[in-house]
Design a protein around this ligand. Structure first.
Ligand SMILES: [Mg+2]
Length: 372
């Protein structure tokens, strides 16, 4: 039975972030989801999301005004063709950024629909057999005191996580000596058997980043993330030549072309593209394949509920990231989002993404139509 897309709904929900959280290069004041629901003439609904700290209204408008009308009447199985049409339709205004966020949300909804049309969880449709995936806990803002940082890291371990990530680059990256002290305190607090991941959020030049990496090396660091500006691809490559701590990057990269550039420059060990930005499942699959061809691990940034099925399916899928900051709003957005158990996320035995939106929460909090 052929399905045709009949309706596209877009919702915007957000929540203020209180507490003055900051990493090395920015403060976080709010987070939000743009939610896309694509309904077929047979009554099936696919859901996709992207998220934002700023600019959600623009993403919503782009989908509503320019993209949704192009989907009406289309066969949702034609995701490659739809992706390429949008790419060329919108290429002059954004081959990165908010346009790709909008495209990502639509593409994720199309893939959710595909799974529902064939009545299979996505990992099965993609050829996977794993039903659970390791997940690490992620937080540890630079705005925390040392005691707050250590307490949060200990609470992650107490919740069953064996891999934990925190921010470095305190005082805007101007005081690496303090970063080294903080890494030492966390290592001493959690003991030798926990994998520590560090995230510098773009704050240093390559020379400083290498110096910091070499100073924290004795504390057994599993991964060093975004040590330099994400677009400083030569700097990332220089970082890799200066330390043996594996380099994670990619959360600010868009499209398979961005992935190609990172890989070709030997500027990544663990690829961290984010499906809600990089171009949905269509582009995630290509990113994972490019990484596999260079024997690079694939560990997408955040959005663990969206990435779960894909990381389970691809051979180089390493683990998922669960940001503490998103736990509340994600728990409200979905009725059945899987909760990590002993550091693993288990795939729900449901078709598509296996996620059910909480429409009561969305209706009560949808910013669409409100005075802004
Ligand atoms: Mg990061």
């Amino acid at each position: 039975m052929q399905h045709k897309i009949k309706k596209v709904d877009v919702h915007l929900v957000s929540t203020p972030i209180t507490g003055g959280f900051a990493d090395a290069t920015r403060k976080v004041e709010m987070i939000g989801y743009t939610v896309v629901r694509i309904t077929t003439d047979q009554g099936l609904e696919g859901i996709g999301v992207t998220y934002h700290e700023v600019g959600g209204e623009a993403t919503r408008e782009l989908i509503n005004r320019n993209m949704a009308p192009m989907l009406i009447g289309r066969d949702p199985l034609e995701s490659e063709g739809i992706f390429n049409e949008f790419f060329h339709y919108l290429r002059g205004v954004g081959r990165k950024g908010l346009m790709y966020c909008a495209l990502s949300a639509i593409d994720i909804a199309l893939w959710d629909l595909k799974g529902k049309i064939v009545d299979l969880p996505l990992y099965r449709l993609l050829g996977g057999s794993r039903t659970k995936v390791p997940v690490y806990s992620s937080g540890g803002w630079t705005s925390y005191s040392d005691d707050e940082l250590v307490a949060e890291m200990q609470s992650m371990v107490a919740r069953g996580f064996s891999k934990i990530k925190f921010k470095v680059g305190v005082e805007g990256g101007t005081n690496p000596r303090r970063d080294v002290q903080r890494v030492q305190k966390v290592r001493e607090a959690v003991g030798p058997n926990i994998d520590l991941l560090l995230d510098a959020n773009n704050c240093w030049d390559a020379a400083t980043a290498v110096q910091v990496a070499n100073r924290v090396r004795e504390f057994d660091i599993y991964l060093f993330e975004e040590p330099v500006f994400a677009d400083d691809i030569p700097g990332l490559a220089k970082f890799k030549r200066g330390t043996d701590i594996p380099l994670g990057t990619g959360e600010h990269e868009y499209s398979k072309f961005g992935v190609r550039d990172l890989v070709m420059a030997e500027a990544v060990d663990i690829l961290q593209v984010d499906g809600a930005r990089v171009g949905g499942y269509t582009e995630l699959l290509k990113a994972a394949a490019i990484a596999q061809a260079w024997n690079i691990k694939f560990a997408p940034h955040a959005m663990e509920n969206i990435h779960l099925q894909l990381v389970a399916a691809v051979p180089n899928g390493l683990f998922l990231e669960r940001l503490l900051m998103f736990e509340d709003i994600t728990g409200m957005l979905f009725r059945n989002a899987p909760v990590p158990i002993d550091g693993f996320m288990h795939i729900p035995d449901l078709p598509g993404l296996g996620l059910e939106l909480d429409m009561d929460f969305i209706k009560d909090n949808d910013e669409t139509g409100r005075a802004e």
